[in-house]
Design a protein around this ligand. Structure first.
Ligand SMILES: Cc1cc2nc3c(=O)[nH]c(=O)nc-3n(C[C@H](O)[C@H](O)[C@H](O)COP(=O)(O)OP(=O)(O)OC[C@H]3O[C@@H](n4cnc5c(N)ncnc54)[C@H](O)[C@@H]3O)c2cc1C
Length: 456
């Protein structure tokens, strides 16, 4: 049976290791820290359930849904409350509904009469230029300056990023594909709405997102925590890994290798000549994010919290990037008579905020919460996390990194790469990335080094 090393036990690596093991391979999953899950972090105390990493996921692809079903998570998923479809945005210091469809944009106070006329003429907008565009350039070319600025808010919500630097093609491929297919976003959205059986639902396990890595990890026979891969060498037809473990330095040998570490982690791994070009992945920018989960007495919060949450455009000059109304989304997030708010701060726009200690950040965030959501009184629950390199930024030219991985997988036998820098930053993307890389590796092993019949 061929042995495979999977490196990194975030959602990507867990899904990859799970898939390879089910395919009959002998898998060892190496994780640098003491726990599996990567940025997924659920904490429970005093009747609150706080998510300090991802809060929820939206419609994972077929492969990821199948794996979630097989590990027994599918039955545990709860759909977000229907009001989660309502989102808010800060506009001139006030919290107003964020228009999520072209028709609601037409009725929104966020757009002037001229802005609405320009939006209506979107099907006549200039065609895509030959060169790659930023999200800002794409949104403004298609939707006009005002509606484009509203659409750009997605870069805050998804990437904590800068619309002026992110690549439209790599950050929001569905939108650029829609333009290519329909010649217009309005026409494309109408067509896709007609074709879709149901709106995309947001879900999370009842016991929190931590249940996903926990279930996957439970199904993997050999997960080695506290084992950071520091070096990789070609060893005959396979790979020699150098590890830093609790017991010191170790070496292990495997027939095949699947790297599921974040792009920035490539800086900490000595790569062999065959893979040296992948060292460039460390150049991918990452947004730092601080997460603050705050529980309040319901009576101390004036706002109805009847939605997913609030996004704050950079132009509003606030500390927070956004607030998720966690206890409105899913049951069991706060005890009776209380609410849980999850605040995100930092991002590429205000990276220093993600360095603040929790008390300093809370003091600044509470000013914003008081003004925006009429939050009075002290929190009765608080948990925080700082993620210095939370989210990879697919900026202009991101395609060169993807090409490096494609080329290396083609040229070098028995290796595969996966992760949010390659296949998208959502939870479902990370799972699908690990599964797809595992399948590519399995297929290549079937035709090369694996003993006949070893692979399902
Ligand atoms: C604060 C925050 C909020 C988010 N919110 C959402 C959300 O609501 N919905 C959504 O869909 N997505 C969300 N995301 C994105 C999503 O959670 C991530 O894209 C996804 O979980 C990334 O998984 P991963 O396995 O690729 O990376 P990671 O979770 O970063 O895991 C990588 C793992 O590799 C390990 N590792 C690194 N280097 C080495 C090494 N040398 N040797 C061994 N192991 C190593 C790390 O320790 C880590 O465990 C959020 C992300 C963050 C940070």
């Amino acid at each position: 049976m061929a042995s495979v090393a999977v490196v990194g036990a975030g959602l990507t690596g867990l899904a990859a290791a799970w898939t390879l093991e089910r395919a009959g391979l002998d898998v060892v999953l190496y994780e640098a820290t003491s726990r599996a899950g990567g940025v997924v972090r659920t904490e429970r105390a005093d009747g609150f359930l706080a998510e300090l990493g991802p809060n929820s996921m939206s419609a994972p692809d077929v492969s990821a849904s199948a794996v979630l079903g097989e590990v027994g998570i599918a039955g545990e998923l709860v759909a977000a409350a229907p009001e989660a479809r309502r989102r808010y945005v800060v506009h001139h210091g006030r919290v107003v509904p964020l228009p999520l469809s072209p028709s609601s944009l037409m009725a929104s106070p966020l757009l002037s009469f001229t802005g609405k006329l320009r939006l209506m003429s979107e099907p006549l907008a200039r065609r895509a230029p030959g060169e790659e565009e930023t999200v800002a350039a794409f949104a403004r070319r298609r939707l006009g300056r005002e509606a484009g600025a509203v659409a750009e808010l997605a870069t805050t919500g998804v990437f904590a990023g800068d619309a002026g630097r992110l690549s439209a093609r790599y950050a929001f491929p569905r939108l650029t594909e829609m333009e290519a297919q329909y010649g217009s976003l309005l026409r494309g959205m109408r067509a896709r709405r007609r074709a879709a059986a149901a709106p995309r639902t947001i879900t999370a396990p009842r016991s929190g997102m931590g249940a996903i890595p926990a279930r996957l990890a439970a199904g993997i026979s050999r997960l080695q925590p506290d084992a950071a891969v520091t070096g990789i060498r070609r060893d005959g037809r396979g790979w020699m890994l150098e590890l830093r473990t609790a017991g010191g330095r170790e070496r292990t040998q495997h027939d095949a290798l699947l790297l599921a570490v974040p792009a920035h982690a490539y800086a900490g791994i000595t790569l062999p000549d065959e893979l040296w070009s992948l060292g460039a992945l460390a150049g991918i920018a990452h947004a730092p994010v601080a997460v603050l989960a705050l529980g309040f007495r319901r009576d101390d919060v004036g706002h109805a919290l009847d939605g997913f949450g609030v996004l704050a455009p950079a132009t509003e000059g606030l500390t927070l990037l956004g607030v998720i109304f966690s206890s409105s989304l899913f049951p069991g997030r706060a005890p009776d008579g209380h609410v849980l708010l999850t605040v995100l701060a930092g991002g590429v726009g205000q990276p220093a905020l993600a360095d603040l200690d929790a008390d300093a950040l809370e003091a600044r965030v509470r000013d914003d919460l008081a003004r925006l959501l009429d939050v009075r009184g002290d929190p009765v629950f608080r948990r925080s996390a700082r993620w210095p390199r939370a989210i990879p930024q697919p900026e202009l030219g991101h395609g060169r990194y993807l090409a490096l991985a494609d080329d290396a997988e083609r040229a070098v036998p028995a290796v595969a790469f996966a992760g949010s820098w390659r296949d998208g930053v959502a939870v479902g993307d990370a799972l699908a990335s690990g599964i797809a890389a595992a399948r590519r590796l399995r297929d290549r092993l079937t035709t090369s080094i694996a003993p006949a019949g070893a692979i399902a």
